[in-house]
Design a protein around this ligand. Structure first.
Ligand code: PRP
Ligand code: URA
Length: 208
């Protein structure tokens, strides 16, 4: 699939299996999510641009490479928050914006309640984070908001995606690269990913 990368590293697979298990505690769920987010950040950061700078080591002057653009992490609340720490551990200079969205349980349509971004979203690389890509409504709405604020370079990082959601995002925002830990089978009649991991926000925060 164009613009979709499934990061099937053995450690990501192993930790995702723990996360999927319904007997996994809130504590262990969050710990594994942090670890997966860090591993995914390492993989996706391979493609970040670097630029040359002149530095002076204790021995001599030399040319070295640093990240060319600012990085802005934007979680979609609530569940996206669960992946921020793991990514920030690897890219501690990243700024963080927030988009507040929830899926209406009846219509499955996204409802926006919050949006705040650092100024770097217009020229930087935006890593949009949300563990679950189900119908794709939330992700499309999140990308719409970011582009409306001037973001031009956006990548998406999530845990589990359904084919329906991927197709919707590809049709609406083909420029946004999708990185997932797993591509699942389908959505059920309630819009949940099968086999999935249940309601990710509830599992991260211990609600319901
Ligand atoms: C979940 C998830 C995504 C959305 C995915 O959030 O974190 O944002 O559902 O579904 P979609 O692709 O069909 O839009 P939810 O609406 O449950 O809100 P929460 O994170 O606040 O629990
Ligand atoms: N949101 C979730 O948290 N889980 C799903 O399976 C679908 C949407």
């Amino acid at each position: 699939m164009a613009n979709v990368t499934i990061l099937s590293h053995p450690l990501i697979k192993h930790k995702l299996s723990i996360i999927r298990d319904k007997s996994t505690s809130t504590k262990q769920f969050k710990e594994c999510l942090d670890e997966i987010a860090g591993l995914m950040a390492y993989e996706i950061s391979r493609d970040l641009e670097t630029k040359e700078v002149e530095i002076e080591t204790p021995i001599c002057k030399c040319t070295a490479e640093v990240l060319a653009k600012e990085i802005v992490i934007v979680p979609i609340l609530r569940a996206g928050l669960g992946m921020v720490d793991g990514i920030r551990n690897l890219i501690p200079t990243a700024k963080v914006g927030h988009i507040g969205l929830y899926r209406d349980e009846e219509t499955l349509e996204p409802q926006t309640y919050y949006a705040k971004f650092p100024k770097e979203i217009t020229e930087g690389t935006v890593i949009l984070v949300d563990p679950m890509l189900a119908t794709g409504g939330s992700l499309v709405a999140g990308i719409d908001i970011l582009k409306g604020k001037g973001a031009k370079d956006i990548i998406y990082v999530g845990l589990v995606g359904a084919p329906e959601g991927i197709a919707r995002v590809q049709a609406t925002h083909p420029d946004v690269h999708i990185f997932l830990a797993a591509l699942d089978e389908k959505l059920n009649e309630n819009g949940y990913i099968v086999p999935g991991l249940g309601d990710c926000g509830d599992r991260i925060f211990g609600t319901k």
